[in-house]
Ligand binder design. Structure first.
Ligand code: S3P
Length: 448
């Protein structure tokens, strides 16, 4: 079901070759951060290419509730007039972050060192997800929270009046936790240090530096050590949001498995903390090339060209690559179903606490469509059927998870029989133009 609506069942039928150019929307992670850092600067930040998906729109609304002026001035073009570090006003309404773990966790971080109180909630998916991973470090700054059992939303956060800087070793590989601590550190005096054992997406560090904060990153024996000097005056920026590699993954993977396809996906962010899927696909034998590699807005970018690949082999995905493709395991498991042999995915316990338990959701849906999957706490293995040999014909339950819905719709494009998803509504959270874009390439999608 979409944030507040009725379930929208969808069907994807086997289709002819996918051809053409797929222009996907802006990066979701960078879009959230642009709005939040814009709100924490003094003056006007101008953003182009913002993802206008529901998750990001919820963050825009939240920034207004905290006192920033946020205005849509054109397609993907937004202005944010910020209130400055420490300048958040107390919202007079509950902050509803919808489906977005990134939205709620980053915003909680940003307000945790302001002397105000706010209450956060979300949809049925977000209200099941663990928040202690952010409230524990935020407590070290002096913030207090009261939530539901298991540290879940709805939750009230009382920001620290006299915040103290912290040194925190992030216990799980999570860019959201790292970012929450850094954003809290902005309004703490002195230096806040975050250490992550495994590198996760680094958009917050890059953007803080772009906004003029003093931030240093060192590789040490304990991991990546990030030191942020508190209470900077953030300078507003002009931000061009690169296109989202996590959304590009869907047309790219569809092209690899639908016979005869040749699809160009231009202007995709290839930040090394995000590009693990594309590396993995190439190791599996995918015909995936990077054209016109360049730097845009401080991020490496390329045009991706994906062509039908009928001889992909399953591989063991290196666990140390997991953070750089954490959102892409669902669609990788679809490609793995069309490869030969086993694709082994280990070190991925985090998949169990995303918008859904993504290992369970994908394993159940793949089995319903004739694919063999084994799974354990932090691993799963897909046994490929080989190109053209996935039976399909089943229904997948999406559990309010956009990436599960899109993954199974892609499966249906190349399976022998149509694939149904119980609810395509959540797709609007990250990729609102998914259906039209895939249909324009040649997909056969519809309401079920
Ligand atoms: C995100 C971090 C990742 C990712 C999410 C976006 C971010 O979550 O799954 O879609 O923008 O920081 P975790 O921090 O939970 O790994």
């Amino acid at each position: 079901m979409s944030a507040h609506g009725a379930p929208e069942p969808m069907i994807s039928r086997p289709c002819g070759p996918l051809n053409g150019t797929a222009t996907v929307p802006g990066d979701k992670s960078i879009s959230h951060r642009s709005l939040i850092l814009g709100a924490l600067s003094v003056g006007r930040t101008e953003i182009t290419g913002l993802l206008e998906g529901q998750d990001v729109l919820d963050t825009a609304k939240a920034m207004e509730a905290f006192g920033a002026k946020v205005e849509r001035v054109g397609d993907g073009a937004w202005h944010v007039d910020g209130v400055g570090v420490g300048g958040f006003a107390e919202p007079d309404q509950i902050i509803d972050c919808g489906n977005s773990g990134t939205g709620v966790r980053l915003i909680m971080g940003a307000m945790a060192t302001c002397p105000i109180t706010a209450t956060f909630t979300g949809d049925a998916s977000l209200n099941k997800r663990p928040m202690a991973r952010v409230t524990d470090p935020l407590a070290l700054f002096g913030a207090q929270t009261v939530g539901r059992s298991g540290g879940r939303l709805p939750m009230t956060l009382v920001g620290a009046r006299d915040p103290i800087p912290v040194e925190y070793v992030v216990p799980v590989p999570s860019a959201q936790v790292k970012s929450a601590v850094l954003l809290a550190g902005l309004n703490a005096p002195g230096q806040t240090v975050v250490i992550e054992k495994e590198a996760t997406r680094d958009h917050t560090e890059r953007m803080l530096s772009g906004f003029g904060a003093e931030i240093a990153v060192e590789d040490t024996p304990e991991g990546r050590r990030i030191t942020l000097t508190g209470r900077p005056e953030l300078r507003p920026q002009a931000i061009v949001v690169p296109r989202d590699p996590s959304s590009a993954a869907f047309p790219v993977c569809a092209a690899l498995i639908v016979p005869g396809s040749d699809v160009l996906v231009p202007g995709i962010g290839l930040n090394p903390t995000r590009n693990g899927l594309f590396t993995t696909l190439r190791e599996m034998g995918a015909d995936l090339t990077y054209e016109n590699e360049r730097i845009e807005g401080g991020e490496p970018v390329a045009d991706l060209r994906a062509r039908y690949s009928d001889a992909m082999q399953g591989i063991e995905v290196p666990p140390e690559r997991a953070a750089s493709m954490i959102d892409e395991y669902p669609i990788l498991s679809v490609v793995a179903s069309f490869a030969s042999g086993e694709t082994v995915m280990r070190g991925v316990a985090e998949l169990r606490v995303k918008e859904s338990d993504r290992i369970a959701a994908m394993a159940d849906g793949l089995r319903a469509n004739g694919v063999t999957v084994e799974d354990g706490d932090d691993w799963w293995v897909v046994t490929g059927c080989g190109a053209g040999n996935v039976p399909g014909g089943g229904t997948a339950i999406t559990h309010l998870d956009h990436r599960i819905a899109m993954s199974f719709l892609v499966l249906g494009m190349a399976a022998k029989a149509p694939v149904t998803v119980d609810d395509g509504g959540p797709i609007v959270t990250s990729f609102p133009i998914f259906t039209g874009l895939m249909e324009a390439l040649g997909a056969d999608l519809g309401a079920a």
